[in-house]
Design a protein around this ligand. Structure first.
Ligand SMILES: O=C(O)CCC(=O)C(=O)O
Ligand SMILES: [Fe+2]
Length: 342
Protein backbone atom coordinates (compact mmCIF):
# COMPACT_ATOMS: atom_id res chain seq x y z
CA UNK A 1 0.00 0.00 0.00
CA UNK A 2 1.36 3.46 -0.76
CA UNK A 3 0.31 6.60 1.05
CA UNK A 4 1.00 10.24 0.70
CA UNK A 5 3.98 11.03 2.93
CA UNK A 6 2.61 14.32 4.29
CA UNK A 7 -1.05 14.90 5.03
CA UNK A 8 -2.40 18.26 6.10
CA UNK A 9 -5.35 19.09 8.27
CA UNK A 10 -6.43 22.69 8.66
CA UNK A 11 -7.89 23.42 12.10
CA UNK A 12 -8.55 27.13 11.45
CA UNK A 13 -12.24 26.62 10.70
CA UNK A 14 -12.88 24.22 13.58
CA UNK A 15 -14.96 25.41 16.45
CA UNK A 16 -12.54 24.76 19.31
CA UNK A 17 -14.06 27.37 21.64
CA UNK A 18 -15.71 24.79 23.92
CA UNK A 19 -12.61 22.68 23.95
CA UNK A 20 -10.35 25.58 24.84
CA UNK A 21 -12.66 26.42 27.75
CA UNK A 22 -12.67 22.78 28.87
CA UNK A 23 -8.87 22.69 28.81
CA UNK A 24 -8.47 25.71 31.09
CA UNK A 25 -8.49 23.36 34.07
CA UNK A 26 -6.08 20.87 32.49
CA UNK A 27 -3.62 19.43 35.06
CA UNK A 28 0.00 20.58 35.14
CA UNK A 29 1.86 17.77 33.33
CA UNK A 30 5.12 18.60 35.11
CA UNK A 31 3.64 18.01 38.56
CA UNK A 32 1.01 15.45 37.71
CA UNK A 33 1.80 13.54 34.50
CA UNK A 34 -0.68 10.76 35.32
CA UNK A 35 -3.56 13.21 35.66
CA UNK A 36 -2.51 14.99 32.44
CA UNK A 37 -2.43 11.74 30.45
CA UNK A 38 -5.74 10.68 31.94
CA UNK A 39 -7.40 14.00 31.21
CA UNK A 40 -5.93 13.95 27.67
CA UNK A 41 -7.75 10.66 27.03
CA UNK A 42 -10.99 12.30 28.13
CA UNK A 43 -10.22 15.44 26.13
CA UNK A 44 -10.21 13.61 22.83
CA UNK A 45 -13.98 13.14 22.99
CA UNK A 46 -14.38 16.89 23.57
CA UNK A 47 -12.84 17.69 20.17
CA UNK A 48 -15.14 18.37 17.20
CA UNK A 49 -16.33 15.06 15.74
CA UNK A 50 -14.95 15.64 12.23
CA UNK A 51 -11.54 16.38 13.74
CA UNK A 52 -11.68 13.20 15.87
CA UNK A 53 -12.52 11.19 12.75
CA UNK A 54 -9.67 12.68 10.72
CA UNK A 55 -7.19 11.96 13.53
CA UNK A 56 -8.51 8.41 13.94
CA UNK A 57 -8.27 7.76 10.24
CA UNK A 58 -4.63 8.82 10.20
CA UNK A 59 -3.67 6.95 13.38
CA UNK A 60 -5.30 3.70 12.28
CA UNK A 61 -3.29 3.56 9.03
CA UNK A 62 -0.23 1.33 8.97
CA UNK A 63 2.87 3.37 8.02
CA UNK A 64 0.85 6.53 8.26
CA UNK A 65 3.65 8.98 7.46
CA UNK A 66 3.43 12.57 8.66
CA UNK A 67 0.39 14.62 9.62
CA UNK A 68 0.58 18.40 9.82
CA UNK A 69 -2.31 20.04 11.66
CA UNK A 70 -2.24 23.79 11.05
CA UNK A 71 -4.05 26.68 12.66
CA UNK A 72 -4.43 25.38 16.22
CA UNK A 73 -5.09 28.13 18.76
CA UNK A 74 -2.04 29.06 20.81
CA UNK A 75 -2.73 30.98 24.00
CA UNK A 76 -2.38 34.72 23.56
CA UNK A 77 -0.42 35.24 26.76
CA UNK A 78 2.34 32.74 25.99
CA UNK A 79 5.32 33.62 28.22
CA UNK A 80 8.71 34.46 26.72
CA UNK A 81 10.58 31.43 25.38
CA UNK A 82 12.73 30.15 28.26
CA UNK A 83 16.48 29.85 27.80
CA UNK A 84 17.21 27.31 30.52
CA UNK A 85 16.08 23.74 31.18
CA UNK A 86 12.44 23.46 32.27
CA UNK A 87 13.01 22.97 35.99
CA UNK A 88 15.67 25.65 36.24
CA UNK A 89 13.43 28.04 34.29
CA UNK A 90 10.51 27.20 36.62
CA UNK A 91 8.30 26.55 33.60
CA UNK A 92 4.71 25.57 34.34
CA UNK A 93 1.60 25.07 32.20
CA UNK A 94 1.28 27.58 29.41
CA UNK A 95 -2.27 26.72 28.32
CA UNK A 96 -1.94 24.49 25.24
CA UNK A 97 -1.21 21.28 27.09
CA UNK A 98 -4.85 20.14 26.98
CA UNK A 99 -4.91 20.40 23.21
CA UNK A 100 -1.62 18.54 22.75
CA UNK A 101 -2.45 15.71 25.16
CA UNK A 102 -5.98 15.32 23.80
CA UNK A 103 -4.92 15.14 20.15
CA UNK A 104 -2.03 12.83 21.07
CA UNK A 105 -4.43 10.37 22.68
CA UNK A 106 -5.74 9.47 19.21
CA UNK A 107 -2.36 7.81 18.66
CA UNK A 108 -1.80 5.99 21.94
CA UNK A 109 -0.48 6.88 25.37
CA UNK A 110 2.12 9.54 26.13
CA UNK A 111 5.22 8.27 27.87
CA UNK A 112 8.86 9.13 28.34
CA UNK A 113 12.05 7.78 29.89
CA UNK A 114 13.23 8.56 33.41
CA UNK A 115 16.74 9.36 32.24
CA UNK A 116 15.80 11.85 29.52
CA UNK A 117 14.33 15.37 29.40
CA UNK A 118 14.67 15.88 33.14
CA UNK A 119 12.39 12.89 33.75
CA UNK A 120 9.39 14.88 32.47
CA UNK A 121 6.55 13.58 30.33
CA UNK A 122 6.07 16.78 28.35
CA UNK A 123 9.20 17.90 26.53
CA UNK A 124 10.12 21.46 25.64
CA UNK A 125 12.37 22.19 22.71
CA UNK A 126 13.80 25.67 22.63
CA UNK A 127 17.40 26.66 22.15
CA UNK A 128 19.60 26.39 25.25
CA UNK A 129 23.01 28.00 24.94
CA UNK A 130 24.84 25.20 26.74
CA UNK A 131 23.37 22.63 24.30
CA UNK A 132 24.07 24.66 21.16
CA UNK A 133 26.36 22.17 19.43
CA UNK A 134 25.17 18.87 20.95
CA UNK A 135 22.90 16.46 19.08
CA UNK A 136 19.75 17.30 21.05
CA UNK A 137 16.53 19.13 20.17
CA UNK A 138 17.65 22.14 22.23
CA UNK A 139 20.68 22.73 19.99
CA UNK A 140 20.90 25.15 17.08
CA UNK A 141 23.32 23.36 14.76
CA UNK A 142 21.94 20.88 12.21
CA UNK A 143 19.95 18.25 14.10
CA UNK A 144 20.84 15.00 12.39
CA UNK A 145 18.17 12.75 10.87
CA UNK A 146 16.96 10.29 13.47
CA UNK A 147 14.29 7.91 14.57
CA UNK A 148 13.08 9.25 17.89
CA UNK A 149 14.79 7.24 20.67
CA UNK A 150 15.86 4.57 18.20
CA UNK A 151 16.60 0.98 19.22
CA UNK A 152 15.05 1.14 22.69
CA UNK A 153 13.14 -1.78 24.21
CA UNK A 154 10.13 0.43 23.54
CA UNK A 155 10.69 3.27 21.07
CA UNK A 156 7.86 5.76 20.43
CA UNK A 157 5.27 4.74 17.86
CA UNK A 158 4.48 8.40 17.20
CA UNK A 159 6.11 11.73 17.98
CA UNK A 160 4.00 14.89 18.27
CA UNK A 161 5.60 18.34 18.00
CA UNK A 162 3.44 21.37 18.73
CA UNK A 163 4.92 24.70 17.69
CA UNK A 164 4.15 27.39 20.26
CA UNK A 165 6.41 29.96 18.62
CA UNK A 166 8.03 29.73 15.20
CA UNK A 167 11.61 30.74 14.46
CA UNK A 168 11.32 34.51 13.86
CA UNK A 169 13.98 34.29 11.12
CA UNK A 170 12.16 31.33 9.45
CA UNK A 171 15.50 29.53 9.21
CA UNK A 172 14.61 26.47 11.31
CA UNK A 173 13.27 23.82 8.93
CA UNK A 174 12.04 20.49 10.25
CA UNK A 175 13.19 17.67 7.98
CA UNK A 176 11.58 14.29 7.46
CA UNK A 177 12.00 11.26 5.24
CA UNK A 178 10.15 7.98 4.76
CA UNK A 179 12.90 5.49 5.62
CA UNK A 180 10.76 2.55 4.61
CA UNK A 181 10.19 3.85 1.12
CA UNK A 182 13.93 4.53 0.72
CA UNK A 183 14.92 1.06 1.93
CA UNK A 184 12.36 -0.67 -0.30
CA UNK A 185 14.28 0.66 -3.31
CA UNK A 186 17.49 -1.06 -2.18
CA UNK A 187 18.66 -4.35 -3.72
CA UNK A 188 17.76 -7.46 -1.73
CA UNK A 189 21.36 -8.08 -0.56
CA UNK A 190 21.50 -4.59 0.91
CA UNK A 191 18.09 -5.09 2.55
CA UNK A 192 19.35 -8.33 4.07
CA UNK A 193 22.30 -6.46 5.63
CA UNK A 194 19.96 -3.78 6.97
CA UNK A 195 18.03 -6.56 8.72
CA UNK A 196 21.22 -7.80 10.42
CA UNK A 197 22.47 -6.35 13.75
CA UNK A 198 25.56 -4.70 12.30
CA UNK A 199 24.92 -1.06 13.23
CA UNK A 200 25.94 0.72 16.43
CA UNK A 201 26.91 4.11 17.84
CA UNK A 202 30.41 5.03 18.86
CA UNK A 203 30.56 5.68 22.58
CA UNK A 204 32.99 6.12 25.44
CA UNK A 205 30.82 3.75 27.53
CA UNK A 206 31.05 0.77 25.19
CA UNK A 207 29.34 -2.60 25.19
CA UNK A 208 31.62 -3.70 22.39
CA UNK A 209 35.18 -2.74 21.38
CA UNK A 210 36.43 -3.40 17.84
CA UNK A 211 39.85 -2.27 16.60
CA UNK A 212 40.16 -0.10 19.68
CA UNK A 213 36.83 1.71 19.03
CA UNK A 214 34.00 1.53 21.56
CA UNK A 215 30.43 0.87 20.37
CA UNK A 216 26.97 0.46 21.85
CA UNK A 217 25.23 -2.89 21.39
CA UNK A 218 24.65 -3.47 17.64
CA UNK A 219 21.18 -3.28 16.07
CA UNK A 220 19.45 -4.03 12.80
CA UNK A 221 18.01 -1.01 10.97
CA UNK A 222 14.97 -3.02 9.86
CA UNK A 223 13.40 -5.20 12.55
CA UNK A 224 10.28 -7.35 12.62
CA UNK A 225 7.92 -6.24 15.29
CA UNK A 226 4.48 -7.64 15.99
CA UNK A 227 4.09 -8.83 12.37
CA UNK A 228 5.26 -5.66 10.71
CA UNK A 229 8.67 -4.18 10.09
CA UNK A 230 9.96 -1.14 11.93
CA UNK A 231 12.61 1.07 10.38
CA UNK A 232 15.09 2.88 12.63
CA UNK A 233 18.05 5.02 11.79
CA UNK A 234 20.26 7.81 13.11
CA UNK A 235 22.78 9.71 10.96
CA UNK A 236 25.71 8.99 13.26
CA UNK A 237 25.33 5.21 13.23
CA UNK A 238 28.45 3.25 12.37
CA UNK A 239 28.61 -0.09 10.59
CA UNK A 240 30.59 -2.97 12.04
CA UNK A 241 31.97 -4.42 8.79
CA UNK A 242 32.82 -3.18 5.28
CA UNK A 243 29.74 -4.60 3.55
CA UNK A 244 27.43 -3.04 6.12
CA UNK A 245 29.34 0.25 5.84
CA UNK A 246 28.76 0.44 2.10
CA UNK A 247 25.03 -0.07 2.61
CA UNK A 248 24.93 2.48 5.43
CA UNK A 249 26.75 5.07 3.28
CA UNK A 250 24.25 4.47 0.46
CA UNK A 251 21.38 4.74 2.90
CA UNK A 252 22.65 8.06 4.24
CA UNK A 253 22.93 9.42 0.70
CA UNK A 254 19.45 8.16 -0.25
CA UNK A 255 17.92 9.72 2.87
CA UNK A 256 19.58 13.03 1.99
CA UNK A 257 18.08 12.83 -1.52
CA UNK A 258 14.57 12.00 -0.25
CA UNK A 259 14.23 14.45 2.62
CA UNK A 260 11.45 17.04 2.70
CA UNK A 261 11.30 20.02 5.01
CA UNK A 262 8.86 22.52 6.39
CA UNK A 263 8.89 25.56 8.60
CA UNK A 264 6.73 25.19 11.69
CA UNK A 265 4.60 28.20 12.58
CA UNK A 266 2.87 28.84 15.89
CA UNK A 267 -0.22 26.62 15.98
CA UNK A 268 1.25 23.87 13.79
CA UNK A 269 1.28 20.34 15.15
CA UNK A 270 3.44 17.77 13.40
CA UNK A 271 2.71 14.12 14.12
CA UNK A 272 5.13 11.55 12.76
CA UNK A 273 4.86 7.77 12.55
CA UNK A 274 8.17 6.90 14.20
CA UNK A 275 8.07 3.30 12.95
CA UNK A 276 9.20 4.43 9.49
CA UNK A 277 9.72 8.23 9.40
CA UNK A 278 13.07 9.76 10.33
CA UNK A 279 13.30 13.44 11.12
CA UNK A 280 15.76 16.21 11.89
CA UNK A 281 16.08 20.00 11.69
CA UNK A 282 18.24 22.57 9.94
CA UNK A 283 20.64 24.82 11.82
CA UNK A 284 19.27 28.19 12.88
CA UNK A 285 20.36 31.19 14.89
CA UNK A 286 18.73 31.77 18.28
CA UNK A 287 18.93 35.07 20.13
CA UNK A 288 18.10 33.80 23.64
CA UNK A 289 15.89 36.87 24.01
CA UNK A 290 12.55 35.24 24.86
CA UNK A 291 11.38 35.24 21.21
CA UNK A 292 13.14 32.09 20.03
CA UNK A 293 11.43 29.10 18.49
CA UNK A 294 9.59 26.89 20.99
CA UNK A 295 8.13 23.42 20.45
CA UNK A 296 6.43 21.08 22.90
CA UNK A 297 6.77 17.36 22.30
CA UNK A 298 5.08 14.17 23.36
CA UNK A 299 6.31 10.67 22.64
CA UNK A 300 3.44 8.26 22.17
CA UNK A 301 3.17 4.50 22.43
CA UNK A 302 0.32 2.27 21.41
CA UNK A 303 2.09 -0.78 22.81
CA UNK A 304 2.30 0.48 26.39
CA UNK A 305 -1.16 0.50 27.85
CA UNK A 306 -2.63 3.15 30.10
CA UNK A 307 -2.81 0.94 33.20
CA UNK A 308 0.82 -0.04 32.98
CA UNK A 309 1.91 3.54 32.31
CA UNK A 310 -0.16 4.80 35.19
CA UNK A 311 1.81 2.49 37.51
CA UNK A 312 5.10 3.99 36.25
CA UNK A 313 4.02 7.64 36.28
CA UNK A 314 4.24 7.45 32.44
CA UNK A 315 8.03 7.21 32.75
CA UNK A 316 9.87 4.03 31.88
CA UNK A 317 13.56 3.20 32.35
CA UNK A 318 15.84 3.40 29.31
CA UNK A 319 18.11 0.38 29.49
CA UNK A 320 20.34 1.90 26.77
CA UNK A 321 21.12 5.08 28.70
CA UNK A 322 24.29 3.71 30.29
CA UNK A 323 25.72 3.06 26.79
CA UNK A 324 25.26 6.68 25.68
CA UNK A 325 28.33 8.86 25.38
CA UNK A 326 29.34 10.88 28.42
CA UNK A 327 28.57 14.07 26.42
CA UNK A 328 24.96 12.96 25.93
CA UNK A 329 24.58 11.95 29.54
CA UNK A 330 26.00 15.32 30.69
CA UNK A 331 23.37 17.19 28.60
CA UNK A 332 20.62 15.11 30.22
CA UNK A 333 22.09 15.81 33.64
CA UNK A 334 21.92 19.51 32.77
CA UNK A 335 18.25 19.10 31.73
CA UNK A 336 17.57 17.54 35.12
CA UNK A 337 19.65 19.76 37.40
CA UNK A 338 20.37 22.91 35.42
CA UNK A 339 23.28 24.79 36.92
CA UNK A 340 26.74 25.21 35.53
CA UNK A 341 27.67 21.57 35.01
CA UNK A 342 28.28 21.98 31.26
O1 LIG B 1 13.28 21.02 16.14
C1 LIG B 1 12.69 20.25 15.37
O2 LIG B 1 12.04 20.64 14.40
C2 LIG B 1 12.79 18.78 15.60
C3 LIG B 1 13.16 18.47 17.01
C4 LIG B 1 13.19 17.00 17.27
O3 LIG B 1 13.73 16.23 16.56
C5 LIG B 1 12.47 16.49 18.42
O4 LIG B 1 12.14 17.27 19.32
O5 LIG B 1 12.24 15.29 18.47
FE1 LIG C 1 13.45 14.19 17.30
Amino acid sequence: MTHKLLRRLDATQLDLGGFVKWSLSFPDPYNDPIAAADQGRRGFSQLPLGFQNALNEFSSTLYSGVLLVTGLPICADLPPTPTKPVREAGLGRVGNEGLLFSIASAFGNPYSYREWEGGLLLHNKYPIRQHATSQVGTNNVLLQMHTEKAFRDVSPDYVALLCLRGDPAHAAITHFCDLRRVIEQFPSDAQRLLRTPLYAFRTDSPRLVMDGIGYTAPHAIVQEHQNSAIYQYVDDLSALNDEAKEVLDNLRTAIGANTTGLHLNAGDLLIMDNSHIVHGRSAFRPNYDGRDRWLQRLMISHRLNANYLCSTGHLIPDSCFSECSSEHRAVQEHQRQGGANL
